[in-house]
Write a protein of this length. Structure first.
Length: 368
């Protein structure tokens, strides 16, 4: 026998986590919560299938780091959602995982106490409890599916999922998304190109087999049927925006060439706002005008919004954190959120019924 060690040369330790089933038993979803999730998914799928005339808006903090602030935001959002529900379906951003260009805080699940303790099991528990509480309030939620393991713990509480610009090209994430129970939006690449996202949409609609974990936490071969409710999210990139009517038309043509239904979401943040959060209302206004002028492909928007504007670095003393301010990307404040959502509702309301008739007829013709 040789004494040569070849395994785990760079692994310092391992920690066995609670299984998905154990977490769900510990923090079960009530019938009310399950109904919120199911109804949210159905509405979004109906919008994508041209059966519902409304737009859906993914809106909320760039990332979750403070449960109390998230709940306060949710209470305000519920009131606003009820006010505009005739035209808009508001889905709260509840992003627990953050991709990093290099290193940094990776999100609430990875480090819930923001002190490099990396209490991931606590993060999973706290995240699930928040999602259950939000669903019981009647608020559908969205998140970025980043870690391929975490959906087994949380996806049953999610009504819409995102695959980010950094992971759209990843085969692992395409395979995972093919099995998600919610609709999923793929962002265009960080360079602004459409090809990566369109390739992803073709891939995610197909069945896949891949390694994953089951609800008992065992490594398993996962077999999926393919996700038929995936769509593109235009977020700009490469120093350019792509929310304007010309870029939307280019995207429509690219989708048609790939035989993909033209369902487009516009991300009002990131490169589309030139990384200036305060420009998000102007992007939304432009999108509303496109719909008023006859666009029928835009089905949703995404906004980074919080209780208070801007962002902040994570301080050495966590008690110095400013309440309701993002610790990742900068966000518009609540006053701006209310104003831009109400403006969008007023801008598109007169045009949605006729637009819906055209979308439904087009979908029926393509499905024949």
């Amino acid at each position: 026998m040789t004494n040569v060690i070849v395994d785990d040369l760079n692994v310092l330790s391992e920690q066995t986590l609670i299984t998905p089933n154990e977490l769900k038993k510990l923090i079960p979803a009530s019938d009310t919560a399950l109904a919120t999730v199911s109804n949210g998914r159905l509405i979004i799928k109906d919008i994508l299938e041209h059966k519902d005339s409304r737009l859906f808006v993914i809106i909320g903090p760039c990332s979750i780091h403070d449960i109390d602030a998230a709940m306060e935001y949710a209470r305000r959002l519920k009131v606003l959602a009820d006010e505009v529900q005739d035209c808009l379906v508001l889905v709260m951003r509840v992003y627990f995982e953050k991709p990093r260009t290099t290193v940094g805080w990776k999100g609430f699940i990875n480090d819930p106490y923001m002190n490099d303790s990396f209490a991931i099991e606590d993060g999973l528990k706290l995240a699930r409890q928040l999602l259950v509480d939000l669903a019981e309030m009647g608020i559908p939620t969205s998140t970025e599916a980043l870690d391929p393991v975490s959906p087994q713990y949380l996806q049953d509480m999610i009504s819409w999922s995102a695959i980010g610009a950094r992971t759209t090209e990843s085969q692992t994430h395409r395979e995972m998304a093919s099995g998600l129970s919610s609709a999923v939006g793929f962002k265009n690449g960080t360079d602004g190109g459409l090809a990566v996202a369109i390739n992803a949409l073709q891939s995610v609609s197909a069945p896949h087999r891949f390694l994953g974990i089951n609800h008992e936490g065992q490594v398993a071969v996962i077999r999926t049927r393919g996700n038929q409710h995936a769509h593109i999210v235009l977020r700009g990139g490469g120093g350019n925006t792509n929310y304007d009517s010309v870029n939307v038309a280019v995207c429509e043509q690219a989708l048609a060439k790939a035989s993909i239904d033209a369902n487009i979401m516009i991300d009002c943040s990131h490169a589309n706002s030139s990384k200036n959060y305060a420009l998000q209302p102007l992007v939304m206004e432009n999108v509303g005008n496109q719909i008023a002028e006859g666009n029928s492909s835009i089905v949703g928007l995404m906004v980074e919004s919080n209780l208070n504007a801007g962002n902040q670095a994570i301080p050495d003393k966590l008690e110095d954190l400013e309440y309701g301010v993002s610790v990742t990307d900068a966000c518009v404040d609540w006053a701006a959120t209310e104003a831009m959502i109400r403006d969008l509702r007023d801008r598109v309301k007169p045009y949605l019924p006729e637009r819906q008739a055209l979308r439904a007829a087009d979908f029926k013709a393509k499905s024949a």
